[in-house]
Write a new protein. Structure first.
Length: 406
């Protein structure tokens, strides 16, 4: 068995992906940018994962790098196979079947430290144009949230470095939770951090629009007409990013289920292809839901099906995102096959059949019992029956005396 590790290097985290019998396993190792370099975390992360694997595994490493400077630093820290991030991402998308017939793709990679826009020829993998900016990033969005909360005096300013770090973590958590909620409340020292999706959009809309202009410029300089935009990196979870890219670039937008993991999984696939065992590619192409996510997903499926049956709808969401009609099956209560009539038993010819006479037939048929009187309707619907007593009729009134002269 060949154990393959795919690694993506980010400014805030190093992610390691490797296949198992059920799908892809992802390990995340945070990077403290103030105290350590991501390249050193790569080596430590790989050593940690190797120590947890069987000792007889043959280890193959694939590390996705952002630029040449990062590639040189990673190569100096550990001996591995290096692949460009965009190449790894393209390989993973091909394996997962999320791409259609697009020939030219625009990768919009929004990470914690910046944005990289790359135009790629899908058939050859050639990079036709690229640009990077730090005007928008995950850290920039966190800082905008923090400044807004402090300017509005909704939370108290941090008193020391520990409190400042804790506030940064709360802002990041609020940003992440708004990817699936319209409003969040993050408790902590200094007061509640309250933030809505509308407020977040107003804080970042200009920077996202500027990134859309950058993407448009990269597409124009590539000399090719783009067919789709692929959002990867943690920033792809922000709803405003997808909506503005679609409207500004007039292109379909593809967002993988876990955009921050695409590069690591693709790096593992590329490393796997150079080894005798090719089964890892199939396992990476099958997403796996584990632990508490599985429980929540199962409840979500039950809720969707119940809603569809409750309102009589016949549409379910398909795997490619289109709503397709689904024929509803009738229940047994509605359409139940009537039992087939049993054939009448015919006596054999030799058997004697006695036919009762009229007197015997009349005597054998009992008189039908009188039908019971229907139960009286309840006095108050929904309450137990109350038997009211039957009152006797009142006595007749005495005759009035006659008045003389009238």
């Amino acid at each position: 068995m060949v154990s393959v590790l795919g690694v993506s290097v980010g400014a805030s985290a190093v992610r390691v992906a490797y296949p198992d019998d059920e799908g892809a396993v992802i390990r995340t190792f945070p990077v403290d940018a103030a105290r350590e370099h991501p390249e050193h975390v790569v080596a430590d992360a790989i050593e940690t994962v190797i120590a947890e694997r069987p000792v007889d595994d043959v280890q193959v490493f694939g590390v996705a790098y952002r630029d040449e400077a990062q590639a040189v630093a990673v190569q100096a820290a550990i001996d591995c196979r290096l692949v460009p991030e965009v190449t790894a991402a393209l390989r993973m998308l091909e394996a997962s079947g999320q791409l259609g017939d697009q020939a030219t793709l625009v990768f919009y990679d929004l990470g914690s430290s910046g944005l990289t826009v790359t135009v790629v020829d899908r058939l050859t993998g050639a990079v036709l144009g690229t640009a990077r900016t730090d005007e928008i990033s995950g850290d920039v969005v966190d800082r905008l949230i923090r400044d807004h909360q402090l300017d509005e005096k909704r939370i108290a300013p941090p008193a020391d470095e520990v409190a400042e770090s804790e506030l940064d973590a709360r802002c990041r958590r609020a940003k992440e939770e708004l990817s699936t909620n319209t409003a969040v409340c993050v408790p902590g020292d200094g007061g509640l951090l309250l933030l809505s999706q509308d407020i977040l959009d107003s804080l970042i809309v200009r920077r996202v629009e500027a990134s859309a202009r950058l993407a448009r410029e990269v597409i124009e300089s590539s000399g090719r007409a783009a067919d789709a935009v692929v959002l990867i990196g943690g920033g792809a979870h922000i709803p405003l990013v997808a909506s503005l890219m679609e409207s500004w670039l007039a292109l379909p937008v593809i967002v993988p289920a876990q955009p921050e993991l695409v590069a690591a999984e693709g790096a593992a696939l590329l490393a796997q292809e150079g080894t005798p065992d090719r089964n890892g590619a199939e396992r990476f192409a099958k997403p796996v839901i584990r632990g508490s996510v599985l429980a929540g997903g199962a409840l979500a499926v039950v809720a969707v099906i119940g809603l569809g049956l409750g309102v009589g709808g016949s549409h379910l969401q398909s795997s490619d995102g289109d709503a397709r009609p689904v024929a509803t099956q009738p229940s047994n209560a509605d359409v139940s096959p009537s039992p087939a009539p049993s054939p009448a038993s015919t006596p054999p010819p030799s058997a004697a059949v006695s036919v009762p006479g009229p007197a015997e037939e009349e005597a054998s048929v009992p008189e039908p019992a009188p039908a019971p009187a229907p139960a009286p309707r309840p006095f108050i619907p929904g309450l137990p029956q109350i038997q009211l007593p039957t009152l006797p009729p009142p006595p007749p009134l005495p005759p009035l005396p006659r008045i003389p002269g009238l």
